[in-house]
Design a protein around this ligand. Structure first.
Ligand code: KG4
Ligand code: ZN
Length: 348
């Protein structure tokens, strides 16, 4: 079975082709970062309009790059939520319509399920069940994954998502948008221990996170200071160390609690090299396997959507003819494939 995957939930337009026998055949992505950078964040209406411009040419490109004709495509998967609803509707409308025109089934994929399954596109993929740490621009969660579609959330962020905290701190340091990768780069030059920021929630039981206090601690620490480049790097380093230690400690706690043998790391912040290094170290200490996607599949992409859609389509899941998208869609409302359990309600 060969599946076209489409991702348009936020500010990246992406298309990919996944083949059940041959694996990932092609993937392309157009990032709208330049479009939104001058506003310091994603402007939803501009995002939707740009998806309209870029999506069909990208689909053409992946068909050509994978040596596929439309007649070779056996199903279409598109991100149906959560995300910006106008942006999602572009992918849903194009995906659903292509499936109708090609007379193949389609499925609306949960964006975070896509992220969680992304490590399975790599060699030596993780197997169910596993514990997942999902750290993106909009979400931070630790979830127990029993099987495809069965997710139990153990902890989430009570305020800012991890990526959001990186981005806001980066903005404070005068770095471009989105700041996560720039802050990480700057932190490489930072000297450890020059600033000491709190490790939020580590003193409390459970697996929830809170990052807004950390961001505030940075604001307070730099207030009134004339920061030279070295000091900015020191702040970046101290922030990253605090954020990473918090994430790693909560993961270790959840791994012990669930007796999981595998930790899957996904989402944009999963591309952070220091986080990966510290999680790997922790994995070695606890003798568990830690799986990550390649960095480009940590951030938004269509390969993960094509793959998640393939798994669901191959097990008989199908959308009806309606074009639906959901801005909010808790991942623990998903079900394993089969039946109507995953059909997303209108609105949301
Ligand atoms: O998963 P993603 O591409 O989009 C969402 O679904 O949110 O995640 C984007 C987030 C942004 O906040 C970005 O700054 C952050 O991931 N990010 C990073 C790194 N690369 C991307 N944060 C820290 N270090 C990085 N290397
Ligand atoms: Zn994402």
């Amino acid at each position: 079975m060969r599946v076209l995957g489409i991702e348009t939930s936020c500010d990246e337009t992406a298309a990919a082709i996944y083949d059940g026998d041959k694996g990932l055949l092609a993937h392309r992505l157009f990032s709208q970062i330049d479009l939104h950078a001058k506003y310091g964040g994603v402007v939803p209406e501009l995002a939707s309009r740009d998806h309209v411009r870029k999506l069909v040419p990208l689909i053409d490109e992946v068909l050509t790059a994978s040596g596929s004709f439309p007649a070779d495509i056996n199903g279409v998967a598109y991100t149906a939520g959560p995300g910006l609803v106008g942006a999602l509707l572009v992918g849903a409308a194009v995906g659903r319509s292509l499936a109708f025109g090609w007379n193949v089934p389609s499925v609306g994929v949960h964006h975070l399920e896509g992220h969680l399954l992304a490590p399975m596109l790599e060699p030596d993929p993780p197997a169910f069940p596993f514990l997942a740490l999902l750290v993106s621009g909009g979400h931070t969660l630790i979830a127990e994954v029993a099987e495809l579609g069965r997710y139990r959330i153990l902890g989430t962020s009570l305020d800012d998502a991890a990526g959001e905290a990186f981005d806001k701190t980066a903005k404070l340091l005068g770095l471009p948008y989105p700041g996560g990768p720039y802050l990480a780069k700057l932190a490489e030059q930072g000297r450890p221990g020059r600033f000491d920021f709190p490790r939020p929630m580590l003193d409390r039981p459970g697996f929830d996170f809170s990052f807004s206090g950390l961001k505030t601690a940075v604001v307070v620490a730099v207030r009134g200071l004339e920061l030279d480049n070295q000091m900015r790097a020191d702040v970046a380093r101290a922030f990253q160390d605090a954020a990473v230690e918090t994430l790693v400690t909560k993961c270790a706690r959840a791994l012990r609690h669930t007796h999981s043998q595998t930790l899957v790391v996904a989402g944009g912040v999963g591309a952070n090299l220091e986080l990966r290094a510290q999680l790997s170290k922790m994995g070695a200490r606890l003798r568990i396997k830690v799986s990550y996607p390649r960095p480009e599949f940590c951030t938004d992409n269509a390969a993960m959507i094509a793959y998640a859609g393939y798994l669901r389509l191959a097990r008989g899941e199908r959308e009806d003819l309606a074009i639906r998208a959901r801005a909010r869609w808790p991942i623990d409302q998903l079900h394993p494939p089969g039946g109507d359990g995953n059909r997303i309600a209108d609105g949301g």
